[in-house]
Structure formats: structure tokens, C-alpha cells
Design a protein around this ligand. Structure first.
Ligand code: 5AD
Ligand code: SF4
Length: 455
């Protein structure tokens, strides 16, 4: 039966479409997937095209100014889309989620009054109600409270693909002086072990071979364990390693201060824990690290890396770096270059410092001029990309175990990941997706490897 008053497309197709655009970190990727699951019972299927969506959700990032500005320019485009579809008798609901919504919810509604609702990263378990209310009420809604999201999310997750994300920890109490996360994601919270293991088993039952544990500060994890004790991240990794069918475990993002001995030991003892670690250092200068409130000195970062490398000699490292933090001198910046040269990163993300409203560093004196930031970023990135290329080039001629994840760009090609998180392209049939195959690496680029199935 066709409901009265439905638009022409609804008459042909009762399914509604939701387009979710994800900005920023992997936690947002995870949240977007969960939002899609929450909307499925309401008849929403995910679409890759905003043009024919009944609901558009921008899941936003507030970490740097550029990321936040992108949201407002995207909203400008969506406004035209909404008007166009209205002329065709269809309604598009527009929602803004994520950290920009949390930090600037009211401003979004003021600057973009055609937005139907705004909700923060802690409130998306209310999404079904919000969609229903927004469709009826025709006045903007806002939900940016901090709630116990994980207590009310439905449990089973089964369609996350070969490599799945699983949020185990959220929020942060570290208050680095440049960072908005403690304000947008709230206080540190660890999910109970039983809920995490249940979700992991559901993911593996649905075909996941690799799980990446997510948290803003994932190695600060301290959840309620199965034995009544408090479990740290290493305990969790050990329990996950017992899940049959799960081949690879990763975790991100870590804080150098929270790398404990048990975690180092897990890297030594647990073959399922992949030899790749994202460990943000931010700066190589003690003066800057102190001003950033990072709570470690450069020498301590070096020691943590040395302990990890002793435990797992093939461990590849990735990092985050900020240049032009307020008060950073040329000498401070050189200390960063020295640290990078010494450690050698397989991969890295580097940024110009971007003042974020409400954070202490934004109000600090001695802000660095943009030309200087740009010049330092160029010098740093030259070094980092040389390191990344060298790391990739060193893989040529080696046979690496590659987890095949999805079809590649060319017919007959698949893309997978090496243990070191490099993308590897090779020719294989689609039936091999989900397999871990030996791949002889034949070529290396800046961002990926090419290879072939080894005998
Ligand atoms: N300016 C520049 N980079 C930032 N990051 C976080 N806040 C800022 C900021 N205000 C970077 C850090 C962090 C990564 C996720 O983003 O390097 O580790
Ligand atoms: Fe932000 Fe990470 Fe520092 Fe927490 S530890 S305040 S998330 S940079």
C-alpha cells in the first residue's frame, strides 16, 4: 500500500535515504556507522549521494579551524539542494552532528537557519526521536547534552566490513592547551569490558578480521573487567585476542604518558597486536611540550619509543606534530626536527597550530605569524615525506601478510593492508576479500604499495 501524500519517489520506493558525510577522526567514522544503524529501523538506507537524500547528516570535526569552516561552506551548498528538492515536493532534513555541533550548536542555527537539527557526539542515541520530531515540528532542534550514550545504544553490529572500528573509550581529561576535545567530547569515559567483547564478537560474526579499538585517549582505558578488577588497555587486547576468527588488533589514539609496562608487554607477546602504533608527540621541544601541557619531556617520549621497539623491533611508528605553537622559536622547532630525524616515522600528520576558541593556547601571547608556521610546516613535511617514502621503499622485495579488504580501482584488483597499515594493491579475485595473503611487494609509492600474491 502507498501512503497518501508521499512524493513521487516515495511512491516508487518506500525506503528513505540518509547521506552521512564524515569529517575528522576515526571516532567520527565509527559514530557515523552507528548512526546509520540507528536509522535503519526507521526505513533509512545509506546513500552515497546527497542529491537524493531525505536526510543529510554532517558529522563534523572541530579540531582545527579549517575543519570547522568546511562545515559552513558545505551547509551553504546543502541549502540550495534543500530548496531544489522542496520545489520537487520532497523534503530534505539537514542535521549537523559531531564536535562542531557540540561547540557551536547555537551559532550553526543562527548562521544556517535551514538546518533542522543539531546534536553532539554524546547525544546520537536520541537520533531516531530527533528525526521524527524534526520531521513533524518544523523548528530547529538542538541536543548537545552529555549523556550515557553507550548505555542505550543497541548492541549487535554485524555489517562493518573486514576491518572494523570499535569505540572503547571516549573523551579526554588531559587538557592539552591547544585542544578542543576535552570540551567537545567531555570527560574521559571507558566502556565496560563485557559490552566491548560482545560488540567485538558481533563484528567478527559479521565478517570482521581486524578490529581497531578507538578512543581519544585509548590507552588511558580503565574499564570494569570481567573479573571485577579494573582492566587497562593491555587486558582488553589480551581478551580480544582470544576471539576466534579475529586476526588483527590495533588501537588508536594513544598518549605517550599512558603507555604502561603491560601495554609494552602486549606488543611483545601478542602476535595479533599489529606492529604499528600512532603515538602523537606534537613537539620535540621541552619548553613547548610544557606550554602544551603534554606532561612529558622529549626524552621521555624517546624512552617510550625505545621500550616499545625493544619489545617489538619491527614496530612502525606514526605521529602527530604541531608547528607554530604560541611562543615556538626557531630553536624549539629545530628540536622537533631533531626528534623526527632521530625516531624515524613510517607515517605522520603535521599541522600548523590553529587557535581554537575557548582553549588556553588561543589566548596565549606570542602567537606565531602564519608565514613562519607555513615555512616550518614545509620543512617538517619535507623530512616526514622522505621518511615515509623510505619506509615504504624498504618494503620492496619483502613478502608481507596483507589483509584483503575491498576491490581496488581496476577490475581484478584488490586493496588490503600490511601489518604496518600501508595500503597494498594486488590482483586477486573478490572471493579473497577477508583473507590474509602473503604479498610480494614489487613497488612503493608515497602512500601505498603494489605487490602480487606470493606462492
Ligand atoms: N591546532 C593544530 N593542530 C591541532 N591538533 C589538535 N588541536 C590542534 C590545534 N588547535 C592536532 C594534534 C592532534 C591531532 C588530532 O590534531 O596534533 O594530535
Ligand atoms: Fe586533545 Fe589528545 Fe591532548 Fe586529549 S590528549 S587534550 S584529545 S590532544
Amino acid at each position: 500500500m502507498i501512503a497518501a501524500g508521499g512524493s513521487e519517489r516515495e511512491m516508487r520506493d518506500p525506503t528513505k535515504r540518509v547521506f552521512i558525510k564524515t569529517y575528522g577522526c576515526q571516532m567520527n567514522v565509527y559514530d557515523s556507522a552507528r548512526m546509520a544503524e540507528l536509522l535503519a529501523p526507521l526505513g533509512y538506507a545509506r546513500t552515497q549521494a546527497a542529491e537524493d537524500a531525505d536526510l543529510v547528516i554532517l558529522n563534523t570535526c572541530h579540531i582545527r579551524e579549517k575543519a570547522a569552516e568546511k562545515v559552513f561552506s558545505e551547509l551553504g551548498q546543502l541549502r540550495h539542494l534543500k530548496t531544489r528538492r522542496e520545489r520537487q515536493g520532497a523534503r530534505t532534513l539537514i542535521a549537523v552532528a559531531g564536535c562542531v555541533a557540540q561547540a557551536e550548536g547555537a551559532e550553526i542555527l543562527a548562521r544556517a537557519p535551514y538546518v533542522d537539527f543539531v546534536f553532539g557526539p554524546q547525544a546520537y542515541h536520541h537520533l531516531p526521536e530527533m528525526v521524527t520530531r524534526a520531521a513533524q515540528e518544523r523548528r530547529p532542534l538542538i541536543d548537545t547534552g552529555f549523556h550515557a550514550k553507550f548505555d542505550t545504544l543497541p548492541e549487535a553490529r554485524s555489517a562493518a566490513g573486514v576491518s572494523a572500528f570499535l569505540t572503547v573509550q571516549e573523551g579526554c581529561d588531559k587538557f592539552c592547551t591547544f585542544c578542543v576535545v576535552p570540551y567537545t567530547r567531555g570527560a574521559e569515559y571507558s566502556r565496560p569490558v563485557a559490552a566491548i567483547l560482545a560488540e567485538a564478537r558481533a563484528l567478527v560474526g559479521g565478517g570482521a578480521r581486524e578490529i581497531t579499538l578507538l578512543g581519544q585517549n585509548v590507552n588511558a582505558y580503565h574499564g570494569h573487567g570481567l573479573d571485577g578488577r579494573e582492566w587497562r588497555l593491555a587486558d582488553l587486547v589480551r581478551a580480544l585476542a582470544d576471539i576466534e576468527g579475529l586476526a588483527r588488533i590495533r588501537y588508536t589514539t594513544s598518549h605517550p604518558r599512558d603507555v604502561d609496562e603491560a601495554l609494552v608487554a602486549a606488543h611483545r607477546d601478542m602476535p595479533k597486536l599489529m606492529p604499528f602504533l600512532h603515538l602523537p608527540v606534537q613537539s620535540g621541544s621541552d619548553r613547548v611540550l610544557r606550554a602544551m601541557n603534554r606532561r612529558y619531556k622529549a626524552a621521555e617520549y624517546r624512552q617510550v619509543v625505545a621500550r616499545l621497539r625493544e619489545a617489538r623491533p619491527d614496530l612502525a611508528l606514526s605521529t602527530d606534530l604541531i608547528v607554530g605553537f604560541p611562543g615556538e622559536s626557531e630553536e624549539d622547532f629545530r628540536a622537533t626536527l631533531d626528534l623526527v630525524a632521530e625516531i624515524g616515522f613510517a607515517q605522520a600528520f603535521s599541522f600548523k597550530y590553529s587557535p581554537r576558541p575557548g582553549t588556553p593556547a588561543a589566548a596565549a601571547p606570542h602567537q606565531v605569524a602564519d608565514e613562519i608556521k607555513a615555512e616550518r610546516l614545509r620543512r617538517l613535511q619535507t623530512m616526514l615525506s622522505r621518511q615515509q617514502r623510505a619506509f615504504n621503499a624498504a618494503c620492496v622485495g619483502r613478502t608481507l601478510p596483507v589483509l584483503l579488504e575491498k576491490p581496488g580501482r581496476h577490475p581484478g584488483q584488490l586493496v588490503g593492508r600490511s601489518p604496518f597499515l600501508q595500503s597494498v594493491h594486488l590482483d586477486a579475485g573478490a572471493a579473497r576479500i577477508g583473507d590474509i595473503v602473503p604479498a610480494l611487494i614489487s613497488a612503493a609509492g608515497a602512500n601505498s604499495l603494489a605487490g602480487r600474491l606470493a606462492a
